[in-house]
Design a protein around this ligand. Structure first.
Ligand SMILES: [Fe+2]
Ligand SMILES: [Fe+2]
Length: 276
């Protein structure tokens, strides 16, 4: 019988979205069994690129076009970019299951729920693209997103710190602004999709926060210091502000952590004034 990790590996490598969705449903079934094995017989392999459809073509982020949201082309470009993030997020959640062995059962249940919600986000946005006479794959997309999965594949603590708490949490900062702009141009259908995504993303970041805290506690580490160290090591490229403090507090960040994020972000941008 396929184990949890075999199924997660297969889902990660699967290139078709529908195939991934079916495998996510199979993993859900596997996790319904109270006795599922979380040890894994074979060590996880490095996955330098997760399975994805042959389109879109991937380009450096600077080559992903941005347009004003007043035009349909502008909205299609935005929705396409977010759909691409969501498909990557499906793979991130599957990889959090596949790679990190021996975690409590609830960890795997949390991440399969995230994978399933990310798949729904992708579907909602793909459908919206079709309504706007486009489709996912029509435009070039950001080619560097998986890099953080590879950079943090050595440790669940690094993964929880950098993916949900930095990359996904960035979605909490920028989505309200996108919603306001979309509302301003009267695209209420896309507004309602983005509102749903924002609400569920708070929960994904909360899950990341909980498991990061859990690992730190088990290792006897101060979570704030561990987070700071990991940000210094990996976060220079990814950490961006300004931060949506309320959404981040709702997702379980502490005020101390937010203060630290703010300082580090300024330091990384070279904006801190030397103390004279
Ligand atoms: Fe999402
Ligand atoms: Fe998410």
């Amino acid at each position: 019988m396929d184990t949890l990790f075999d199924l997660a590996r297969e889902a990660l490598h699967c290139c078709s979205f529908d195939g991934k969705k079916k495998l996510i449903a199979s993993i859900f079934c596997e996790l319904g069994n109270e006795q599922f094995d979380v040890t894994g017989q074979v060590a996880p392999e490095r996955i330098s690129q997760a399975g994805r459809p042959s389109l879109p073509i991937l380009v450096p982020p600077t080559e992903v076009k941005r347009r004003r949201l007043g035009s349909i082309e502008g909205r299609v470009a935005l929705i396409h970019a977010v759909a691409h993030i969501e498909l990557n997020a499906v793979n991130f959640a599957l990889d959090a299951i596949y790679r990190f062995r021996g975690m409590p059962h609830q960890y795997y249940r949390d991440w399969i729920r995230v994978a399933s919600e990310e798949a729904t986000h992708f579907e909602l946005l793909s459908e919206r693209l079709r309504q706007l006479s486009s489709y996912y794959g029509e435009l070039p997309a950001h080619g560097g997103m998986w890099a953080m999965a590879v950079a943090t594949d050595y440790d669940v603590m690094a993964r929880m710190a950098l993916v949900p708490r930095v990359l996904e949490a960035r979605g909490l900062d920028v989505t309200p602004g996108m919603i306001e702009k979309l509302r301003g141009v009267g695209d209420l259908d896309t507004v309602s999709i983005f509102q749903r995504i924002l609400k569920e993303e708070v929960d994904h970041v909360r899950i990341g926060n909980e498991w990061f805290g859990w690992v730190c506690e088990r290792r006897g580490l101060c979570a704030l210091t561990a987070f700071k160290d990991l940000l210094q090591k990996h976060g220079r490229i990814a950490l961006r502000g300004p931060f949506n403090e309320q959404a981040r507090l709702d997702a379980g960040f502490t005020r101390e952590e937010l203060k630290e994020l703010h300082w580090l972000e300024q330091e990384f941008r070279g904006q801190l004034q030397p103390v004279s």
